[in-house]
Design a binder for this molecule. Sequence first.
Ligand code: ZN
Length: 409
Amino acid sequence: MAAETDWGRIAADRLAALAGLSAPGPGVTRLPFTPEHRAALDLITSWMEAAGLSVRLDAAGTLIGRREGPPGAPTFLTGSHQDSVREGGAFDGIMGVVLALLALEKLASEGVGLPFAVEVLAFADEEGVRFPTALIGPRALAGTFDPAVLDMADADGVTLRAAMTAFGLAPDEITGLRRDPAGVLGYLETHIEQGPVLEADGEALGVVTAICGIERHPVVLTGETGHAGTLPMQMRRDALVGAAALITEVDRMARATPGLLGTVGTLSVAPGAVNAVPREVRTMVELRAPEDAVRARAGQAITAFAEAMAGERGLGLDMTRSYHQPAAPCDPDLMARLEAAVRAQGGRGLRLASGATHDASAMADLCPIAMLFVRCAGGVSHRPEEHASAEDMGAAVAAIGGFLAGIGT
Ligand SMILES: [Zn+2]
């Protein structure tokens, strides 16, 4: 009897090979439209071709490996991004490409046919590290690509258009990549969790419910400075003490509201002297939630809190909502099928939201989306230590295969 194929071990080996295709330095640095990107595409292409897929690179730099379905049948899309952050890990993004391809290889080895075509996608740029934009590939497919971003430049002054052209792509043809939603069944993205929830729950795999929406509120609090030794406490209008109250309320509210994540990650204090009462604080409140209504209510509540607090403390307040991105809910039917596939591998089918943005966020404008999270050690990502075990990846390959086979039924 032949030994059973260890799909998780193959995944680990392939990801190790891809991790070698990196700019110098610790961990993996594979930015879009670079020699490392080209080398990764060549290697993935060789695996796709060996698996019998037809392979092409679209005008936006998305590598597409297609397993044909019956004539006229729709297509199911699956994959993730090939790029990394600077000095990142070997799993974020690229693992979703490798595991999707292995799931197709597993189904083929078992003689499982599908009543639809499947395309494995390796998007060029999700992290947005090189250019001040991202998600070109999925936005092209969804028809939400804005050609104005082609004029954005990287730190060396190279425009996105020039970088793509030098890579052999046709940036002016990107708007023509839009897919007809009628021909697309859905999109599944497999990704490391980038958080500690699955590990804490002892689960290898999790089913994502939604990709959180985000809003950001820049805040300027203005008081009055004075000498730390001569200005009496009762006469102070200390902008930093006001900011401290605001930050504490953001944390309190987020802890008390299911699903809500609230963060204050920046703070600048003027005059910023050890013996001067702070006159001005500039900071930013960021809120995330899987439900837009929860996030919007929190944004209004924190603004109302800031107004009342500033009034009580005699501070000036300038607070606006500068940015917001709606949540992308996962499709209930695809979630249920994914949960069944995870349970078939012995998992509980734990459901959790994604606090981070993914290619799936943009794909949600094209078709129903689903996401499978894989446990990562210590919840660590975007660092060289990022790690998912071969065993967990093997379970993911089986779950993806089971999920795809289930869609046909
Ligand atoms: Zn990612």
